[in-house]
Structures are given as C-alpha cells and as structure tokens.
Design a protein around this ligand. Structure first.
Ligand code: ATP
Length: 237
C-alpha cells in the first residue's frame, strides 16, 4: 500500500513538513488531526504530486514503487483520488455531469455501475441529478465532490476537511457515508480533519500533526484517552 518515509516539503524557505512518515493500512480509514496550519493539507498535496519539486526529501511508495515526483495525472491513474478542502465542484454543470467528469479514466459500463452504487450512498444527489451544482447547498456540494472522486473507483481516497462549514447534522451524515464507503467498497481512506471527535469516531488509526510533524499516533480509543488530545483536540476540560 502507500508508504510515506521521512518526507520534507518546502514552500520556498518555509518547511511545512519536517520529516513525516506514514503507512496506510489497506481497506482502513486513517485520520490525521491537527490545528490550522499544522501541515495536513500539505501532506496530501505532496502525496498527490500537486506541489512542484516536492517532497524536497524522503520518499513516497505505492506497492513498493516510488511515486514521489510523478505527475498528479499519473498518480490519479494509479488509483489515488483527492477531494480538496472547500468542496470544489463544477458550478455550471449538473450533478450528473459533475459525476461524469470524475469518470474520465473509466469505461462507460464500469462508470454506470458505480453511479448506481453512488446514488445509494447519496440518495439526495439522485433527486437532484439535473440541478446545477452551483445551486446546491454546501453539504450537497460536499456530497458531489466525494461522489465525483468515487467515480474514479479509487484504491485510496484522500479527504481534506470534509466537515468544513457543514452543520453538525450534515457532518454526521457525511461521516456515516465515509464509513459506508470504506465498508462497502473496501476503499482505503485518508481523512484530514479538525473535527477530532468525528474523525476519531470513524477511523481505525489516527495521527496527530503539529508544526509539520506527527507527535502522536494510535488507535482511536488510545487517542481519545490521551490527556493532551482531550484537552487540545476534543475540548474536554
Ligand atoms: P488548514 O486546516 O488550515 O488547511 P493544514 O494543517 O492543512 O491547515 P497546511 O495548509 O498544510 O496546513 O499549511 C502548512 C503550513 O504551510 C502553514 O504554515 C501554511 O501557512 C504554509 N503554506 C501552505 N500553503 C502554502 C503556500 N502555497 N505557500 C506558502 N506557504 C504555505
């Protein structure tokens, strides 16, 4: 599966990742917790090959083969899909067209089968199949963004702050669906979240990132029992 070894990522002179190592467990959900600016998004962007000439140091391997410094396009074709923060959808396209845009690497028969499954995950999108994505609510746009990534039939799904800007109820709904995707399709998921409570409720393993480094990792139960995690991330007094 995916193995990140000791990577460093720079923005000019600023070191955003300072020696990060991570091994994703296949068919499991891994969560990365951390406050604003900890480097969580930078880690996903580095893995996806979205930052020029990064990582500066270290390696990223998929099934034992180096993928660092490859083009994003190639990385997507290897089965890695990314849902960026801020639910980017094609506003001027309908829900269905947005989903079809996600299927460019697939045959139409395969895509058709997936779309039926995706509509069981997001029945609300099925009801709005012809609606322009720009006119959907924030929560529905997040569903479109996740659904579009699923149309690629990814081996690994990267989700950057899926709960950002959503109501508590919708956040709960999105997280239940994330769990369902993992259970029904076996998709390996890496989730980056500031909402530690939600992330720890669905993940199999969690990592805590501070200032470009992992400072703690463990099972969700172990992290929830950790005094620092409780105080700084779970809001327990
Ligand atoms: P957030 O949840 O706010 O997105 P994050 O943990 O994902 O936080 P990153 O976005 O990865 O954090 O940012 C890590 C550090 O790198 C921050 O100090 C940020 O200011 C810096 N950074 C991010 N993007 C750039 C950029 N394009 N140019 C320069 N510095 C950047």
């Amino acid at each position: 599966m995916l193995e990140v070894k000791n990577i460093e990522t720079l923005y000019g002179l600023i070191m955003a990742l300072r020696g990060v190592s991570l091994q994703l467990e296949e068919h499991k959900i891994t969560a990365i917790l951390g406050s604003n600016g900890a480097g969580k998004s930078t880690l996903i962007k580095t893995i996806m090959g979205m930052l020029d000439d990064q990582p500066d140091k270290g390696t990223i391997e998929l099934d034992g083969k180096r993928i660092d410094r490859k083009d994003t396009e190639d990385i997507v074709r290897m089965g890695l899909a990314f849902v960026p923060e801020g639910r980017e959808v094609f506003n001027e396209l309908t829900v269905l067209e947005n989903l079809q845009m996600g299927a460019y690497t697939r045959s139409s028969a395969e895509a058709k089968k997936d779309i039926e499954w995706i509509f069981t995950l997001f029945p609300r999108l099925k009801e709005r199949i012809k609606q322009l994505a720009g006119t959907l609510s924030g929560g529905e746009q997040q569903m479109v963004a996740i659904a579009r990534a699923l149309m690629m039939h990814p081996r690994i799904l990267f989700l950057d702050e899926p709960s950002l800007g959503l109501s508590p109820l919708l956040t709960k709904e999105i997280f239940a669906t994330i769990k369902q995707i993992n259970q029904e399709a076996g998709t390996t998921i890496l989730l980056v979240e500031q909402n530690a409570n939600m992330a720890l409720s669905v993940c199999h393993r969690g990592y805590v990132m501070e200032n470009g480094r992992f400072v703690l990792d463990g099972t969700p139960e172990a992290l929830m029992a950790d005094k620092d995690v409780q105080e700084f991330y779970l809001g327990v007094k």
